[in-house]
Design a protein around this ligand. Structure first.
Ligand code: CUA
Length: 157
């Protein structure tokens, strides 16, 4: 083997090892990095053990900032609960957690649209000022049942 070929082989292998090393280090590091401030973490396996998500639904809020907290669980391929009634004029803190993969949380006909990522509680503040039925749909491809992953909000007078 030519001297330079050997040198380049060593440099090539060396940088590959270094690169994989960096990937490994950042992967390990990411696993222990707390989420950005204000975003609460939750392990997907423990979502249903959390009192907020063991019985998902609409609850009067303890906070002065909201009338209600809406807790929802996303899983392949449904949203729980699948039927929610919200009184007209309510300010709601929507909080969604997934038990498995990434889902999308969109409320048709509104601005409400967010990703629901494993490990995080996704939140969205929303005012429900117009009565009617609103379809909740998953807009992030999550598997064979993706298209059937829906729920419904009814804003009542
Ligand atoms: Cu859940 Cu697509």
């Amino acid at each position: 083997m030519h001297k330079f070929e050997k040198l380049w082989l060593i440099i090539g292998t060396g940088s590959l090892v270094l690169f994989l090393g960096i990937l490994g280090i950042s992967a390990v590091h990411a696993g222990h990095t707390p989420a950005a401030s204000g975003i609460e973490t939750i392990h997907p396996d423990h979502v249903r053990e959390d009192s907020r998500f063991s019985e998902p639904g609409l609850y009067e809020s303890d906070s002065d900032a909201y009338d209600y907290d809406l807790y929802m669980v996303a899983s392949a391929f449904m949203y729980e609960p699948n039927d929610i009634e919200i009184p007209e004029g309510s300010r709601v803190n929507i909080q969604v957690a997934t038990t498995d993969v990434i889902h999308g949380f969109q409320v048709a006909g509104t601005n409400i649209n967010m990703m629901v990522e494993p490990g995080l509680i996704s939140t969205y503040e929303a005012d429900f000022n117009n009565t009617g039925e609103y379809l909740i749909l998953c807009n992030e491809y999550c598997g064979v049942g993706h298209a059937e992953m829906t729920s419904k909000i009814t804003v009542v007078p």
